[in-house]
Structure formats: structure tokens, C-alpha cells
Ligand binder design. Structure first.
Ligand code: NAD
Ligand code: UDX
Length: 447
């Protein structure tokens, strides 16, 4: 099938590359010329394991192209994916300006034939009908009897760091539409994924496809992220009680997670959730509910617990070191989770902000973040290029991101370089007993 993906970020590029890899003819559109230049040369502008290989192979097979010209993409695609960002506005609502601009350009670029316009971006409930209206607005002035289109909601559930795996091995595919014609095309598009031709385990039953109305599909995306974020906030609250009563939250999570009604995933207590999705999506849902006169008590508590969880790490440092002014704190990891270069809403940013406000000197090391990679204005952290320089003279080290390579650090050597032997394991990731045996003051979360 002929596919156009508009917006080549973490979702759009992975979607475009994976659809090309399974045999579709894909044109990816982005208005960022630098990105398009990079992708044309076969390079990925984001760090995502497995993506460079898929991209290279799809380019070699002539299955994927890149352009800044949306009209070229719209002319080409029978299915047009909108995959641009929907970040939070200052008040927590979704900023829909990128989706609006793309929907309008699609309308202006449609010339003939039938198109399925797919909302892949996470958009507030009701956006499907709104996109239809904007596309029609864009078409205004054209003789448009030759043009037909349907709008479909097809929310994305991939996780950064394992996005390619998630695309080929989804738990489900959600499609919201009231058009049989559109649903049939979507079914055809995803057949190689549904029938597990590209799955790690090809013997599994086909991927469930949830066919529903537009509004329910949009709501499924928000409800899924809100549930996952709430599950983490819940276990973090349990961790904070564990800290007080002397229980170990890792044992508690294991014990409750074995109950199949609860499940073991997303029960890792720590510094709390971050990233580009959970915060913005939970807050967008809170505002949607408020628009309809409903006050979401659980969701507000979920956000509040997460805010406090980040501050808790600062409090643990204060308990260990007393005065933070003039102390040097080293952060192990900065990205919001491992295997990604994404710093959006990373807990490390809150730590840097709070610690520097309290007069501490903050150093950090991350396998994928350099000083120049930090967002502008973030000058109150020194990004070190190796672990020895990070440890040198530190009064405490905080493990912020659970990068696998941090398990292999020579902690004895690190201890010798540090000024004080304090380590806060903000992901409960390290072997606390072994670190204590080396002479560290090891402090976890809820253990
Ligand atoms: P992103 O910021 O990484 O990428 C968006 C891309 O769109 C950028 O490359 C930008 O240049 C491009 N763009 C913006 N306006 C454009 C225009 N007018 N024409 C062409 N290109 C344009 O965003 P993302 O993280 O990939 O998220 C995209 C959407 O998917 C969001 O709604 C997000 O909530 C949702 N989502 C994200 C994830 C995730 O893990 N990142 C997972 C599921 C859903
Ligand atoms: C999330 C959703 O999982 C995904 O379905 C959606 O499409 C996009 O948002 P992502 O943000 O990539 O994916 O990462 P995820 O693995 O969900 O982790 C989010 C945050 O929660 C990270 O900061 C992670 O460290 C934290 N987390 C996760 C915990 O603190 N504890 C856990 O048990 C799991």
C-alpha cells in the first residue's frame, strides 16, 4: 500500500520505517529540513535500538523516501498518518497547533481519489471530528467532488527504547472509525503485523484488533497512559510507607505482582515517571474531564505523588548530607529511561533544578547526553564525558536512570574518587548489599 507519514519523531519515523520494512511504499514528511537531510542519508535523528538497521534496509529496497513537501506525501499516500507532536500548553491542555497545521495542509494538498487520514498523534477526545473539519476547511475553494476521505483514530502504544520491538509485537491495535471502507484499508495495512509475520514469536495468536468508534479509540490511549502512570504512583506511595515501617518495596511488588489481577509490570518504585507522554497525557485527561465539569481525584493524586517522588530524592540527600549548599552531587543517568536519548520531562531535570537552587554543584553522566544536547538554558549542570570525572570529588552520587551499563561500574574505584561514600539508588537498580559491603552508605527508595 502507499503510505504517507507526516511528522518523523519517535512515533512517525518508527511507524514509517516499520511499515516500509513490511513491504509498504512509504513517504515520510517533516518540516524540519535538517532531519529530512539526515534521514535521506540513511541516518536516524533519534536514538532507537534497531531503527538504523530497518531504515537502511527500507532505503536499500526503495520502500521509503523523505521530503519536506507535504503535497508530495499527500499525493502519494492512500493512508496518511498524522504523527506530529501534541505537547502540553502551560495550563496542561494539549497544544494542537501542529495537528491543525498538518490537517489544513492535507486539505489544501488533496487533489483526487480516496484517502484515509489517520490520527496517530495522541489527541484530545473529539479530535477526529475536528480534524475532519480542518481538512474540509483546507479544501475550501477547490472543486472537490473527486475527493473523498475518512478520518481514523489509530493511537500508538510504543515505548521509547523498545519502539521497533513494540511496533512488530503490539499487544493490540486500536482503530476508531465509523467507515467500513477505512477500516478495511487499516486491516490490510497492518495484516503482516496482525498475523505476526514480523513478530519475535510467530506462533502466537494474531494481534487483537480493537475496532471501535473515534471517541472511544482516543479515550483508550489516554486511559492506558493514565492507568500505567497511576500504577507507578501507587507503588511509589507503597514504597514511601515501606520506608517508614521497614519493609522492602521490591519484595512487596514481587508479592503483589504475582497476583494475575495486578500483574508484575510497572511496579518498579523509584524517582517516578517522566518522558514525553505520561505527564502531558494525564494532565490533558484531567483538563478534558474538567471541561465537562468532572474533577478527577485519582489522576490529580497520581500527578502529585509523582511530583513529590522527585523531591523525595532531594530530601534523602538532605538527610544523608544535611547541608547541600557547596556539596557536589553526581547524577548517574539523565534520560527519562534507558535506551533513549529523550530528555523530555526527565526527573533528572527536576533534580538539577532543585539541587542547584539549594546551592549544590551538580555533575552528570549519561551514555547518550552531552552538554550541547541539553536544552538551552540548562547551564547549571556539568555533563561529564566519563564516570571517573563524574565521581571525582562527589559528596553523593544519585542513580537516576537505570542504564544496564551502570550495573558494570567499578564501584570500589568510584568510592575512592568520591569525597563522601553516599549513593542514592533512585531506581532500586543496584545491589545494595554489595555496595554497603564496599563501604557505601546505600539509600534506596522504599527498601
Ligand atoms: P516528536 O516531537 O518526536 O516528533 C514530531 C515531529 O513532527 C518532529 O520531527 C517535527 O519536526 C514534526 N512536525 C511538526 N510540525 C510539522 C508539520 N507541520 N509538518 C511536518 N512535520 C511536522 O513527537 P513524538 O514523540 O514522535 O510524538 C508524536 C505524537 O505521538 C504525540 O502526539 C505523542 O503524544 C504521541 N505518542 C508518542 C509516543 C512516544 O513514545 N514518544 C508514544 C505514543 C504516542
Ligand atoms: C509510555 C507508554 O508506556 C507507552 O505505551 C506510550 O505509547 C508512551 O508512553 P514511554 O514513555 O516510552 O512509554 O516509557 P515507559 O516505559 O512507559 O516509562 C515511562 C516512565 O515510567 C519512565 O520514566 C520510567 O522510568 C518510569 N517507570 C516505568 C517507573 O518509574 N516504574 C515502572 O515500573 C515503569
Amino acid at each position: 500500500m502507499r503510505v504517507c507519514v507526516i511528522g518523523t519523531g519517535y512515533v512517525g519515523l518508527v511507524t514509517g520505517a516499520c511499515l516500509a520494512y513490511i513491504g509498504h511504499d512509504v513517504i515520510c514528511v517533516d518540516n524540519n529540513e535538517e532531519k529530512v537531510k539526515l534521514m535521506k542519508s540513511g541516518q536516524s535523528p533519534i536514538h532507537e535500538p534497531g531503527l538504523p538497521e530497518i531504515l537502511t534496509e527500507s532505503i536499500r529496497q526503495g520502500k521509503i523516501e523523505f521530503t519536506t513537501d507535504i503535497a508530495t506525501g499527500v499525493k502519494h499516500g492512500e493512508v496518511l498518518f498524522i504523527a506530529v507532536g501534541t505537547p502540553s500548553l502551560a495550563d496542561g491542555r494539549s497544544d494542537m497547533r501542529y495537528v491543525e497545521a498538518v490537517a489544513r495542509s492535507i486539505g489544501e494538498s488533496l487533489t483526487d481519489g480516496y484517502r484515509v487520514i489517520v490520527n496517530k498523534s495522541t489527541v484530545p477526545i473529539g479530535s477526529g471530528d475536528w480534524v475532519r473539519m480542518i481538512v474540509l476547511d483546507g479544501m475550501a475553494g477547490q472543486s472537490n467532488d473527486q475527493i473523498e476521505f475518512d478520518v481514523v483514530s489509530n493511537p500508538e502504544f510504543l515505548r521509547e527504547g523498545v519502539a521497533v520491538y513494540d511496533t512488530f509485537n503490539p499487544d493490540r491495535i486500536v482503530v476508531g472509525s465509523d467507515s467500513d471502507r477505512a477500516l478495511q484499508l487499516m486491516q490490510e495495512l497492518y495484516t503482516p503485523i496482525i498475523d505476526r509475520s514480523f513478530a519475535e514469536n510467530k506462533t502466537l495468536a494474531p494481534v487483537p484488533v480493537v475496532v471501535t468508534d473515534l471517541n472511544s479509540a482516543e479515550m483508550i490511549k489516554y486511559a492506558a497512559n493514565a492507568f500505567l502512570a497511576t500504577k507507578i504512583s501507587f507503588v511509589n506511595e507503597i514504597a514511601n510507607i515501606c520506608d517508614r515501617v521497614g519493609a522492602d518495596v521490591k519484595e512487596v511488588a514481587r508479592g503483589i505482582g504475582l497476583d494475575s489481577r495486578i500483574g508484575s509490570k510497572f511496579l518498579q518504585a523509584g524517582i517516578g515517571w517522566g518522558g514525553s507522554c505520561f505527564g502531558k497525557d494525564v494532565s490533558a485527561l484531567i483538563y478534558t474531564a474538567a471541561d465537562y465539569g468532572y474533577s478527577t481525584e485519582i489522576l490529580k493524586a497520581c500527578v502529585r505523588v509523582n511530583e513529590l517522588q522527585r523531591i523525595l530524592v532531594v530530601e534523602k540527600l538532605q538527610q544523608a548530607l544535611k547541608i547541600l549548599k557547596g556539596k557536589t552531587i553526581g547524577l548517574l543517568g539523565m534520560t527519562f529511561k534507558p535506551d533513549t536519548d529523550d530528555m523530555r520531562d526527565a526527573p533528572a531535570l527536576t533534580l538539577i533544578d532543585q539541587l542547584s537552587r539549594l546551592g549544590a554543584r551538580v555533575k552528570a553522566y549519561d551514555p547518550l547526553v552531552s552538554q550541547s544536547g541539553l536544552r538551552q538554558g540548562f547551564s547549571n549542570v556539568i555533563v561529564e564525558t566519563d564516570l571517573e570525572r563524574l565521581a571525582d570529588g562527589c559528596d553523593a552520587v544519585v542513580l537516576v536512570t537505570d542504564w544496564q551499563e551502570f550495573l558494570a561500574i567499578d564501584y570500589a574505584k568510584m568510592l575512592r574518587l568520591m569525597h563522601h561514600p553516599v549513593i542514592i539508588d533512585a531506581r532500586n537498580f543496584l545491589d545494595g548489599k554489595a555496595l554497603k559491603a564496599l563501604g557505601y552508605q546505600y539509600i534506596g527508595i522504599g527498601r
